[in-house]
Structure formats: C-alpha cells, structure tokens
Design a binder for this molecule. Sequence first.
Ligand code: HPA
Length: 235
Amino acid sequence: MATPHINAQPGDFAETVLMPGDPLRAKMIAETFLEDAKLVTTVRNVFGYTGTYQGKRLSVMAHGMGIPSASIYTTELIKDYGVKNIIRIGSCGAVTPDIKLRELFVAMGASTDSKVNRMRFNDHDYAAIADYGLLRAVVDTAAEQGKPVTVGNVFSADLFYGVQPNMLEVLDKMQVKVIEMELAGIYSVAAQYGARAVGILTVSDIIPTGEATSAEERQTTFRDMMEVALAAAIK
Ligand code: HPA
C-alpha cells in the first residue's frame, strides 16, 4: 500500500512524526536519538525511520523544502499512514535584529504569500495555526528544560531569494518576526485531514544584517531544539 511518495507498509509509522526539512538530518536524528530505528521509506531519498524514544514509538521523516513538498509528505502520512501528530523541526530567518540568533521560536500561527490556503478556503484568508495541545506541550517542555522560547506568528514564504524589498518592514510591523517556508502548508494539511501539528524553529540567520550561525552554534541549537521536540513528542 505505498503512496506515490512513500513506500512504507501500513503501520510502519508511529502516531507522531518529527519532520526536519533535510533527509540526511532525519537519518542523523534516527541514528542519534531513536532506539531500534528502522528505515521505512526511501522514495526520492526522502528517508523515514521509526524507532522508540524512552520506550515510546516515534518516527522521523523529512518533508523537503517549501509548502508543496511539505504538503505532499504530510498529506500522505496523515491520510494514508494514520499519522496523528506532526512536529516540524526546522530553521528560520529573523526579520529584525530584535530576534537573536539561536533563539527557539515556536510557531503559533503561520502567515504566507502562498495561495494554497485560499485555494482550500473559497479564496478567503485562512488562519493557519498550530494545534493548541501540541503547542502547549512544546512550550511547557521548553520551560521545564529551562530553555527560553518565543511564541508567535511566522511567515511561510514561497520565495527564498527575492523577497519584496519592503516585506521585512511589513512583517516586523505586524509582529511576524521570522520567515520559514513550510508551516502555513503543514498547519492547513493537518486541519484538512484531522491531525495535529506544531513547528519549532531555530533562528539560523538575521535577514537584514546577514548575520548567521556558525556550524558549531548550529549543532548546539539543534540539540536544544531536539531535546524539546523529543520530550514534547512523548508527552
Ligand atoms: N528565508 C526562508 N526560510 C529560511 C530562512 C530565510 O531567510 N532562513 C532559514 N529558513
């Protein structure tokens, strides 16, 4: 019972899937953090694994880059493999230096310049939001671990290169402090097919200044994000 983009067997995925953008990151997470991790899908080298974390079944699979790619994988996971919880673990760029590099950002909502939600919503403006229970689990977990997080609205951009010149100012003014490329798609797919989703992001660059995290800083922040995501995933 494979889907066009996933060649796992029925039941191969846990109810909760952690989703980075990068397939090699999914492999690394499975090898580093999961016990008895088994590779369950390999189509297009978008690897997915299922193992256990502290005795609970957990999967990890990449969603690729951008709303179209992320929408395909999340739709098939939910609709065809019965996945109930999606936790995106990614990076974002800050639209203002008020947000600091390496900060953890939890996406309560996702605004977008993509048209996907208007296509779904009779051309009206759908508020793509995180599931409150998962959002709360992530925020509570971060607090228990003593890790500060910012919770807010993100911008899921279709363009990585060539964002409109005044867009950063508009976003800043509207309290949308970070840009990424998937959550407005993932949150609406979850709503459409009856699953829950949340996104946790590390700030990898400050867009107006060009400041970016070093490779070493990325490792540390990645570990912080993973500790929050894993503990929240099994709550
Ligand atoms: N734009 C979009 N997505 C991103 C960025 C960015 O600047 N940084 C990390 N993910």
